[in-house]
Write a protein that binds this ligand. Structure first.
Ligand code: ACO
Length: 441
């Protein structure tokens, strides 16, 4: 089967958001700490009527409708999420309601979870299925859905929320290049969710940054075996917990190229990086001077190869499993008319830790599975512009309420749908048996 990959994409994110500049002032943080220090513009969050299930019901319904896909044509449905609503019942089973209606219950797949990596696991499963002997000719569907919320403190501004849906099949405009794939997996406690009574993670922020960059290095070095350098990628798309880490990641790839004397590194950059050439790898992760120097010399390439991917992650925040794919969607949205024949390097990271680097090849495609149509369905600008900016007080009040609602039963929501676009699913109640009920606006 030729060109297995992503045929179609859609994204949903909550209408409620809080601008980082306002949050920064409210939190008493120094000016620029969230906007420049973390590199974030705005943060989306779920109101009390939305959650990872409602968002995924919304995005799947929307994708099927906008690309005119008969629900009977889905043969595999995989969900990636790290937001736990039920320890046994997968989010996929809620989504089955959409398919049961059309008489299709013959759909393989369940949820995958490991921090922000679950979406990539789900995607690789679907791609592998289409490439395998078990494929029955139907489409795969991948859903990445998460609500990222943190306890009060420095991690709180790195929250966010969204759901992505991706249709998988052969002859895709966004296809996998199986030659380039590398993983790095290890046991660490950098970010984890051991407290089952709380939605918030336990996080060692500094360690998680270092683990992320070490995983990036490890994956990239395996690519280097294939004589790969950043000149071979037209765009580099990273999992994006906050934009500053993406800037550091690209700079790190550039430093790797420098250490291998690649032609992608010009003479001026070589001179500026030379003082760091003899650092041990451990020292290199701790050196702020190296971080600054490599970010500076890589900046002109960052603007071309990375910046187009940062639109949604900077505006929405960390979407955990959806984050990498919202960054990919940003490239498609911004650059759809010039992507034919180009290559996108992808890096997926999930704390704990799991990571994979892989490569996508772009083709213009044919309607409805064309880059131009995907960009039009994503409709990013309209979606961003129709959002509702709320005060930090409203955001904090919502998080407080959700702390009580998490794991609770026997309550009704406000059913306030005033901010929701037509066609959005929302939570109406959780009954005495913890059963959740949703309706569509
Ligand atoms: N103006 C400009 N920059 C500023 C300002 C200011 N007023 N104040 C601080 N900064 C800069 C700092 O210099 C630093 O930049 P640098 O890293 O380039 O040197 C940056 O802001 C961050 O500041 P720190 O003091 O280093 O860290 P902070 O206490 O703000 O915490 C952190 C940041 C660790 C990312 C925290 O938000 C966190 O723990 N987040 C969750 C964990 C996470 O996302 N990890 C990533 C991988 S795992 C995952 O995806 C969940």
């Amino acid at each position: 089967r030729n060109g297995v990959g992503i045929l179609a994409m859609d994204i949903y994110f909550p209408a409620a958001c809080v601008p980082q500049e306002v949050l920064e002032a409210h939190d008493g943080a120094s000016k620029g700490r969230y906007t420049i220090g973390l590199g974030q513009d705005c943060m989306a969050y779920c109101s009390e009527v939305e959650d990872v299930i409602s968002m995924s019901l919304t995005v799947v319904t929307s994708l099927l409708k906008k690309y005119n896909i008969d629900p009977k044509l889905i043969g595999r449905l995989e969900v990636g999420s790290e937001t736990v609503i039920d320890k046994s019942k997968s989010i996929k089973t809620w989504l089955m309601q959409i398919f049961e209606e059309s008489g299709n219950t013959d759909i393989e797949g369940v949820d995958s979870s490991n921090a922000c990596y679950g979406g990539t696991a789900a995607l690789l499963n679907c791609v592998n299925w289409v490439e395998s002997k078990s494929w029955d000719g139907r489409y795969g569907l991948v859903v990445c859905t998460d609500s990222a919320v943190y306890a009060e403190g420095p991690a709180r501004p790195t929250g966010g929320a969204a759901a992505m849906a991706m249709l998988i099949g052969p002859n895709a405009p966004i296809s996998f290049e199986s030659k380039y794939r590398a993983s790095h997996m290890a046991h660490v406690y950098d970010f984890y969710k051991p407290d089952l009574s709380s939605e918030y993670p336990v996080v060692d922020g500094k360690l998680s940054q270092t683990c992320y960059l070490m995983a990036l290095d490890s994956c990239y070095r395996q690519y280097l075996g294939e004589q790969f350098s950043i000149s071979d990628a037209d765009y580099c798309v990273f999992h994006s917990p906050y934009n500053k880490l993406v800037q550091k990641s690209f700079a790190r790839l550039y430093f790797n190229d420098f250490m291998r004397n690649c032609s992608s590194v010009d003479n001026d950059a070589k001179e500026k990086l030379q003082p760091f050439a003899n650092l041990t790898s451990e020292e290199s992760y701790q050196s702020r001077d190296l971080e600054k120097a490599s970010q500076q010399v890589a900046k002109h390439l960052y603007d071309i190869k990375v910046q187009p991917s940062t639109l949604l992650p900077k505006q929405i925040g960390n979407m955990y499993t959806a984050s990498l794919y919202a960054a990919l969607a940003s490239v498609i949205y911004n650059k759809h008319s010039s992507l034919g024949g180009q290559r996108i390097l992808m890096f997926s990271y999930g704390s704990g830790l799991t990571s994979t680097m892989f490569s996508l090849k772009l083709h213009d495609g044919q309607h409805p599975f064309s880059l131009i149509n995907i960009a039009s369905v994503l409709d990013v600008t309209t979606k961003l512009e129709s959002r509702h900016e709320t005060s930090p007080e409203k955001f904090i009040e919502t998080l407080k309420l959700m702390e009580h609602r998490y794991g609770a039963k026997d309550f009704e929501t406000s059913k306030d749908t005033s901010l929701l676009p037509q066609g959005t699913f929302y939570l109406t109640k959780v009954d005495s048996m913890y059963r959740r009920f949703y309706e569509k606006k």
